[in-house]
Design a protein around this ligand. Structure first.
Ligand SMILES: Cc1ncc(COP(=O)(O)O)c(C=O)c1O
Length: 402
């Protein structure tokens, strides 16, 4: 029987996230998954959240359980505006919109700024979830040539020529997902100068900025060109992703449109969650909590760096990330990460093939490994298995050479 439903054009453009598909496989017991970027559950501040839930329900139950304002809980917006000062940003709480995760912020960006056929510039590679969020709004992606520090300033400078009318460049300066790379202060200055000269505003996505293991990252891109910047932040990596709490900071002229889009999407972010999180963070909790997360993840990162050096066959390339959650591996010529995934899962490990993170010309030799979900000994075991899978594939020579 033919379906009575006709889907919108944008629905045809939507694809399942490969990460979600892989997570289904990795939920099988016994798999050591380095695929999903799931924060370690040991970092969730259960006691602090419990006490805050109790306090909110004892003292403000009626307000917390009622519909609330679309902008977000006022004291939390003020807290956000004060917190981003440390990143060199001077913003008013009126520019802060609390979102249901920063992922919703990305969707709102797509809704307000993308049009069918209008160019949007992205890093090479870039965050898969942003490609997913923007794609239904039918932009044409321009992949910015990038190196170990992120996008090249000259690639941004060329946008008016190569992709006139580019709506924005979507950039991840801190411990990028998927590569783990960080932009130096010098690169930030060059990139933002090029963006300003080209008249291309920047959407800065920064969920990982607090997760640095060696030294804190330089100031936010938004500090370098405030009128030309939108900033996205998240509580997912420093508290819990389960509350789905993030924020977007927009220039004042754009705020009313983002607010309307937010209202249409879900009226407001759950008020209870916002009050609970505010209760937790208002007196400096993150200043004690985040260093504990850093210490845990740093040990994991070091275990993975050691394991990779020990077990991966010659010809594999990677950098030790200075923060965030991921190693980005380039396999030797002749190997295809996607083709190896089934073998890897059969052998007891999972990773994300890198191809999904490219808007164009996917690199089949790349893969992403997360080091935050497993323990250091599981990481060592997992990386040893990965090494075996890669050596077998190299020895059998059966993978197609790209
Ligand atoms: C780069 C990046 N942006 C945004 C998100 C979405 O985060 P959340 O919606 O949990 O704030 C993620 C999640 O992993 C991410 O890696």
């Amino acid at each position: 029987m033919t379906s009575p439903w006709t889907q919108a054009r944008r629905a045809a453009r939507m694809n399942p996230s490969i990460i979600r598909e892989i997570l289904k496989v990795t939920e099988k017991p016994g798999i050591l998954s380095m695929a999903g970027g799931l924060p370690s559950a040991d970092t969730f501040p259960v006691e602090a959240l419990k006490a805050a839930c109790d306090k909110v329900l004892s003292e403000n139950a009626k307000e917390a359980l009622q519909y609330a304002s679309s902008e977000g809980f006022g004291p939390l917006r003020e807290w956000v505006a004060a917190r981003v000062k440390a990143l060199g940003m001077q913003v008013s709480p009126d520019q802060v919109l609390i979102t249901s995760g920063s992922q919703q912020g990305l969707d709102l960006v797509g809704k307000i700024l993308c049009d069918a056929g209008a160019p949007v510039a992205v890093e090479t590679p870039t965050y898969l979830g942003a490609l997913q969020a923007f794609t239904p709004y039918e932009p044409i992606f321009t992949s910015l040539a990038s190196d170990d520090e992120g996008p090249l300033p000259e690639a941004i400078a060329k946008l008016p020529h190569n992709a006139p009318g580019t709506r924005f460049a979507y950039l991840l300066p801190n411990y990028q997902n998927p590569t783990g790379r960080v932009m130096s202060a010098e690169r930030r200055a060059q990139v933002m100068a090029a963006a300003k000269a080209a008249g291309v505003p920047v959407v800065e996505d920064n969920p990982y900025g607090d997760l640095w293991y060696d030294e804190a990252p330089p100031a936010a891109l938004g500090s370098l060109w405030p009128e030309g910047s939108i900033y996205l932040g998240s509580f997912s990596k420093v508290l819990t992703p389960g509350f789905r709490l993030g924020f977007i900071i927009t220039p004042p002229e754009l705020y009313p449109k983002f607010l309307q889009a937010k209202q249409a999407a879900d009226l407001h972010t759950p008020g209870f969650n916002q009050r609970v999180v505010y209760e937790v963070v208002k007196s400096g909790f993150l200043d004690q909590h985040v260093p504990k997360i850093r210490a845990l993840y740093k040990a994991n990162r070091d275990a993975m760096a050691e394991g990779l050096a020990q077990h991966l066959p010659p010809g594999c390339e990677w950098q030790k990330p200075q923060g965030g959650m991921f190693f980005w591996i380039r396999l030797p010529s002749g190997l295809d990460a996607m083709a190896l995934l089934d073998k890897a899962v059969d052998a007891g490990i999972a990773f994300v093939p890198g191809a999904a993170f490219y808007a164009h010309a996917p690199d089949p030799r790349s893969l992403r490994l997360s080091f935050v979900t497993l323990t250091p000994s599981q990481i060592s075991e997992g990386v040893a298995i990965l090494g075996r899978v890669l050596r077998e594939a190299l020895n059998s020579g059966e993978e197609p050479t790209p």
